[in-house]
Each structure stands twice: as C-alpha cells, then as structure tokens.
Design a binder for this molecule. Structure first.
Ligand SMILES: Cc1cc2nc3c(=O)[nH]c(=O)nc-3n(C[C@H](O)[C@H](O)[C@H](O)COP(=O)(O)O)c2cc1C
Length: 303
C-alpha cells in the first residue's frame, strides 16, 4: 500500500494528522512515538499574543466523549516560531499552523507571519472554536465571514496553502464549505467540536466554568461523518476529516466518504501513542482490503 496523500499541494507520508489542541506543540508527545512517523501535526491554535484561556474546570468527560472549553490557551505566535517550531521534524512531517483571531484583520496579520516560514506546510484557519467570545464559531456560522476571513488569509499568506476548519454547529455544512471554497481555500478540515454542556445536580452548577463547551470523541463520529460526506459532495477542494476517530476502521470511513486525510483529536487523550499506532493499523487494514493507493478508495461510497 502506498500510504502517501496529496492535499492542497502538500504531500503527507500517510493520512494521519494529529488534531489541533490535542497534541500540544508536538514535542510533548515524543515519549510516546516518533513524530516523523505521522503524516502531519496540527499544533495548538495560535493567536497573535499569548492567551491564558478560560477559567477551570474546562474539561469534563461525558458518555463516549469529552467536553472542553479551553479558550485557545497558547504561547502566541512569536514563541511558537522562535522556540517550538524549530524543535519539530518539519522536513519529514507536515506541520500545520492552526490560527485563531478575533477579527478579519487580525487573521490577516497572523497569516502574514507564516507566509515565509518554510517549517510550516499548511495554515489551518480556525473559524469554528465554540469556546471563545469573539471570533470562533461566530465566524464559522456566518458564510460571509468565512469567505472574508479566507480571502484575507489568502491575500497575506503568499503561496502557503490555506485550509479552513469548519464548525458543525450550523444548519447546513455545505453552505460553510462553499463559502471557504469561494474565499479561495485550498482545502477544508472538519469537524471542530459540537457545542454542548454538562451539569452537576449535587452542586447545581455547570461542570465547566464556561458553562458550555465543545463535545469531541467517539460520541460525535456519526455527526462528523455526515458533515464530511456532505461537504465533500458540495466542493471540489480536498478535505481533512475528523471527529471521534478511535480505530483504523473509523479512519477509513472518513476516507470512504471523501476525505483525503484524517485528524485524530480526543484519541490522543485516550492513549497518547494512539496516532502513532494508527498509522500501522491503517496500513494493515488497507492491505486487508487489497488497496494499493488511496485514489482507489477515497470517495467511492455507493449511495
Ligand atoms: C482539548 C481540546 C482542545 C482543542 N483545541 C483546538 C484548537 O485550538 N483549535 C482547533 O481548531 N480545534 C481545537 N480542538 C478541536 C479538535 O482539533 C477536533 O476538531 C475535535 O476535537 C474533533 O475531533 P476528535 O473527536 O477526534 O477530538 C480542540 C479539541 C479538544 C478536545
């Protein structure tokens, strides 16, 4: 099986990418596997200035999933480019910078800082975080804003490929996917977390200080698969699919409905070596299915 995939002009050695916010800045996971084994690493959402994120508690386990309201805690772009990126094996594994900003202009400024960074293969524009007051889902729920943010990022990032990360918290995911395509996105990624909440009946309080958070993990997989299927049918640009992937079969389901690559989020919390193992498990399953490359399988779902 030839495990390579091409997405937005970037070659990944295999379709396994770690999802933003669930794999730190990569380096934290070196005790659990060789980062060079992965197809790509999408680092924690980056903003122009460092952010502390939301007050705690901001993670709670739910049935077959997890709610988080981190609020894009991050070291800021300067620290990332100066001290985190140089430690990553960017020549062997595609590094994806996940961008968060609270205005269209700020997205442009942030994207501009990555335009000449050879260590960053792809920009992933997060217009879908449910846990922040400004930007985030507010952008991702408005197709006009998705298009404007995408256009702005494209205009400032020179030749760097741009992937727009979509929110499932919309009535029609195809409208959002088309808005990203119209704005000039080279790819889309989906899904970000689904807005949800958990409460404690003894304390009569919400479990998260932020009251609401984003649901991820196996519980969201059917929603994610439906979104990826619909989005892939609506646009011609490629997609990275994610949401609840916890075994090789899950990963292949996303590829079958049209995704070029997949991302693993909550799976990294369940087992920190999961993404590394998944590469081998996907290869074994692809062999079992008699595949020799992904083109034979991707998007071949019979409906
Ligand atoms: C703790 C946590 C933090 C996250 N932070 C980000 C983030 O900074 N930027 C982003 O685009 N997505 C973020 N996400 C969303 C994930 O990248 C992914 O889209 C989502 O969790 C669905 O995939 P999963 O079910 O495999 O976790 C975060 C998710 C979790 C669980």
């Amino acid at each position: 099986m030839d495990m390579r995939v091409q997405i937005a002009g970037v070659e990944l050695k295999n379709p396994v990418v770690t999802a933003s916010g669930t794999f730190g800045y990569g380096q934290e996971f070196t005790p659990y596997g060789d980062l060079k084994k992965l197809g790509g690493i999408s680092v924690k959402g980056l903003s122009l200035k460092p952010r502390k994120g939301n007050p705690m508690p901001r993670l709670v386990e739910t049935a077959s999933g997890m709610l988080n309201a981190i609020g894009i805690q991050n070291v800021g772009v300067e620290e990332f480019l100066g001290n985190k990126l140089p430690k990553l094996p960017w020549k062997e594994t595609a590094i994806i910078a996940n961008l968060y900003a609270s205005s269209v202009e700020e997205f442009g400024d942030l994207a501009g800082l990555f335009a000449d960074e050879e260590g960053v293969a792809l920009l992933e524009v997060n217009v879908s975080c449910p846990n922040v007051k400004a930007g985030g889902s507010a952008f991702g729920q408005d197709p006009t804003l998705i298009r404007k943010v995408t256009e702005m990022v494209r205009s400032r990032s020179k030749d760097k490929p741009v992937m727009v990360k979509l929110s499932p918290n919309v009535t029609d995911i195809t409208v959002a996917a088309r808005a990203a395509e119209e704005g000039g996105a080279h790819a889309i990624s989906l899904i970000n977390t689904i807005s949800g909440m958990a409460v404690d009946i003894r304390r009569r309080r919400p479990c998260l200080a932020n009251v609401v958070g984003g649901l991820s993990g196996p519980a969201v997989k059917p929603v994610a698969l439906r979104c990826v299927h619909q989005a892939c049918n609506a646009v011609t640009i490629p997609a990275m699919g994610m949401g609840g992937i916890s075994c090789a079969q899950d990963a292949l389901e996303f590829i079958l409905v049209g995704a070029h690559a997949i991302q693993v989020g909550t799976g990294n919390f369940i087992r920190p070596d999961f993404s590394f193992r998944l590469v081998d498990e996907i290869e074994a399953l692809a062999d079992e299915l008699g595949l020799s490359n992904w083109d034979e399988f991707r998007g071949t779902l019979q409906v």
